[in-house]
Design a binder for this molecule. Structure first.
Ligand SMILES: Nc1ncnc2c1ncn2[C@@H]1O[C@H](COP(=O)(O)OP(=O)(O)O)[C@@H](O)[C@H]1O
Ligand SMILES: [Mg+2]
Length: 265
């Protein structure tokens, strides 16, 4: 299979839609075993109880996620990502998703702060990995390795692979963001099984973007992630633009004129 060949043109309305989630749509890809991941402008939180359209968010997440996954591939961390196709879409390898949200935390925030009474911003003694069962009806409950292996969501060996991947992604992302003046507080990944003949390996799938990370400006502690939306802070799009700009994805002059004050320096 030649993934580098120009994709044959398939009109949008003739593509087979495989799945529509809260933030993305999956279409059948141009080659067997591939999918097109389409990033929508929908912002959702608290399992869809809060919902808004943020014009341009999908474009930014597509670009930021592309940038991160390209770097992960380049340093030998296996992912589903093949290439970006256009402003909103990327070509990925189809994988068998493991129904877990794998969260890595470096600094206390969000539900961890609430549950354990830790002040947000407290540096954790070491990086902590948590697992949540990906199930909207149940509001993604937190689960332990025991639940995961007992219910067969993944095998003990796969858990080891997932944790090793999560730590490698954390090390890479922490450094990447630190270099552009951003503290990586925590993030979430989703993993899947990629089959290559008889061989199977666990890869990073889905997306990594300000929707799935907590990113704080090093100097001001200003939030540059989805918490701007969850907590009604405003300026979500501007914050995502600033993340993209610092990563060198957007040029200064790419910022649309009249898009308002820049929130984070
Ligand atoms: N490479 C892949 N192969 C198959 N499914 C994937 C892949 N990458 C991501 N997914 C799944 O596609 C969906 C992406 O859409 P999203 O809007 O995030 O859905 P959700 O609301 O379920 O989180 C998710 O359910 C995610 O688990
Ligand atoms: Mg999702």
């Amino acid at each position: 299979m030649d993934f580098l060949s120009p994709t044959r043109y398939v009109p949008m309305n003739r593509r087979r839609r495989i799945y529509e989630g809260k933030g993305k749509i999956l279409y059948e890809g141009p080659e067997p075993g591939t999918l097109i991941q389409h990033f929508k402008d929908d912002a959702t939180a608290f399992n869809n109880k809060k919902h808004e359209i943020i014009d341009g968010k999908g474009v930014l997440n597509n670009r930021i996620s592309e940038y991160i996954f390209n770097h992960l591939n380049a340093i030998g961390i296996p992912t589903h990502f093949l290439r970006r196709m256009n402003m909103r879409e990327q070509l990925v390898r189809e994988v068998e998703m493991i129904p877990l949200e794998v969260v890595v935390r470096n600094v206390a925030a969000g539900s961890l702060s609430k549950r354990l009474g830790l002040e947000e911003g407290t540096q954790l003694p070491r990086s902590i990995i948590e697992f949540y069962y990906k199930n909207d009806e149940l509001d993604d409950p937190m689960v332990s390795e025991e639940h995961i292996t007992a219910f067969g969501w993944c095998a003990p060996q796969e858990m080891d692979d997932i944790m090793a991947l999560a730590i490698r992604v954390n090390d890479f992302l922490s450094g990447l963001f630190l270099g552009v003046g951003i503290r990586l507080v925590d993030f979430k990944i989703e993993c899947g099984r990629m089959w290559e003949g008889d061989m199977m390996r666990i890869v990073v799938a889905d997306e990594i973007s300000p929707d799935s990370c907590r990113l704080w400006d090093i100097q001001s502690n200003e939030k540059m992630d989805k918490d701007r939306f969850r907590r009604d802070l405003g300026g979500m799009l501007e914050a995502y633009q600033e993340v993209a700009r610092r990563l060198g994805i957007l040029n200064d002059n790419d910022r649309p004129a009249g898009s308002g004050p820049v929130l984070v320096k």
